[in-house]
Ligand binder design. Structure first.
Ligand code: NAI
Length: 243
């Protein structure tokens, strides 16, 4: 079975860097018409210009008007809810405002984008929504309480939306990456703490963005037509590391 996306319109949020930028290129290479959306329009415009059939749009997922401006005016077959932030620090020192900021982006932002996209999808026969959660939504680590809570919320939100929207032909699935090397964390993994973390991954290496390609293309394409509410971990076995 070929995982092609020809004729499909895809939206990737947070597509200015890291995994989002990688996913935009991947979906484009599979034949989709991709919209790269992020807060920095100049960056997504420059990246979209490198792809065959791509568009750029300014989007802040925490701003309902911004979401409506993009999604209210466009219909997508595939939505990758990738925008996210990772705050870290001890819970005792985390302010309510900092906690709320993580929830606003990582959880409420996913809901706002998914709901807007689903309203249009329900009128066009359906689509596939892929929420980027994390293995930290399933297991925990120190210093990431807000992030872990937000990603656990994304997983449960994914299941709830899958249940409600199956009747509209909309599939909603979650992809939970393990530790993937992106520009934002590359430096940490050169430190002693980073190196000892890698030793706890059963496959003994960090993930690379293209390690996620198989799961992403599966969820984006009709190959996963009977999958909804699924939670797929791609983590080198990190979730099953011994206790
Ligand atoms: P990143 O920081 O390179 O990318 C995050 C993207 O989201 C950036 O383009 C940023 O501008 C955008 N963004 C942040 N707030 C936004 C907002 N309010 N509106 C629109 N865009 C916004 O980080 P990375 O690593 O590429 O992460 C992408 C997703 O993957 C995130 O949801 C992250 O939690 C998740 N993830 C990453 C892992 C990793 O090891 N890199 C592991 C598990 C999950």
């Amino acid at each position: 079975m070929e995982l092609r996306l020809d004729g499909k319109r895809a939206l990737v949020t947070g597509a200015s860097s890291g995994l989002g930028l990688h996913f935009a290129g991947l979906l484009s290479s599979a034949g989709a018409e991709v919209t790269l959306a992020a807060r920095r329009l100049d960056i997504v415009e420059a990246e979209a210009a490198k792809l065959p059939l791509a568009h750029a749009f300014a989007l802040d997922v925490t701003d309902a008007t911004s979401v409506e401006n993009l999604i209210g005016a466009n219909t997508f077959d595939i939505v990758v809810n990738n925008a996210g932030i990772a705050e870290s620090g001890p819970a005792l020192e985390t302010t309510t405002a900092d906690f709320q900021t993580v929830l606003d982006t990582n959880l409420t932002g996913v809901f706002t984008v998914a709901r807007s996209a689903a309203q249009a999808m329900s009128e066009t026969g359906g689509g596939s929504i892929i929420n980027i959660a994390s293995i930290l939504g399933i297991r925990v680590s120190g210093g990431v309480a807000a992030y872990a809570a937000s990603k656990a919320g994304v997983i449960q939100l994914t299941k709830s939306l899958a249940l409600e929207w199956a009747r509209h032909g909309i599939r909603v699935n979650a992809l939970c990456p393990g530790y993937i090397e992106t520009p934002i964390n590359a430096e940490f993994f050169t430190t002693q703490a980073g190196q000892s973390l890698i030793k706890r991954i059963p496959q003994r290496r960090l993930g690379k963005p293209d390690d996620l390609d198989g799961a992403m293309l599966l969820l984006a394409s009709d190959a996963s037509r009977y999958m909804t509410g699924s939670v797929i971990a791609v983590d080198g076995g990190h979730l099953v590391s011994g206790l």
